[in-house]
Design a protein. Sequence first.
Length: 272
Amino acid sequence: MKTQIKRSIMNMLFYTLMIGWLIIGFNTNAQNSSNMGNTDNDSIVSVPYKKPHFPGEDRGLHKYLRENLIYPEIAKQNKIEGRVVCKFIVKEDGKVDDIKVVKSISPELDEEAIRVIKLMHEWIPAEKEDGEKVTSYCMMPIKFILGENKPPEKETVLEENKKMPSFPGGDSSLMEFLKRNIVYPRSAMEEKIEGKVVCRFVVDKNGKIGNIKVIESVSPALDDEAVRVIKKMPEWTPGEKNGERVTVYYRLPIRFNFTKNNNGECIGCRNR
């Protein structure tokens, strides 16, 4: 009898120790997980001495949004207006990251707000009182008001058309023009940056190109080169509708890639 009681007490003591050990282990793991999740946030300064700002400050930012914001067609058709508020990080090197919508209007306007922020190349980063550059949060409201984001052309600009504008001589001539005129930026070559930059522009009734915007970015250097080479293009053959010339939006993907020979020299690329 005494042996059974002793054995029961020993079992109870064992299970009590086991439960205590499990609780301590769980709390330790939870604390470690919490600390691991806060590692990145610890390096972000919430209230810096100098806040991050876009080059040119408010005037430069408004100019950038006016030139790059594209009002989604679905939102225009449904007459959706409003202000999308985004929160993002401006890193020490001025690059934008971790973009989130904190005040939504509609999926289309939210996506456009994120797209146009992603295209921003570099901000002036936040600073501490001693001048040290730091990573900081930034909140940005982007207003979508019908009539304010339209291109400057007075006539109607068609998004799609049965007979689209074309480069003189057709697609083969366009590819040849790009091959002859694209100058691969040296900085992009050194960093081995390749990819496809997609631009959107207007071809008016006279075949002239205008309102060029980058809608899919790869890097600042490649984006700028894509815009430069489009500006250099001759007049296009304009689009037509019912036998009449019309002004049409056109999307053009420009792929940047290079191959090297056995000596490591770039084939078919000029660089600067």
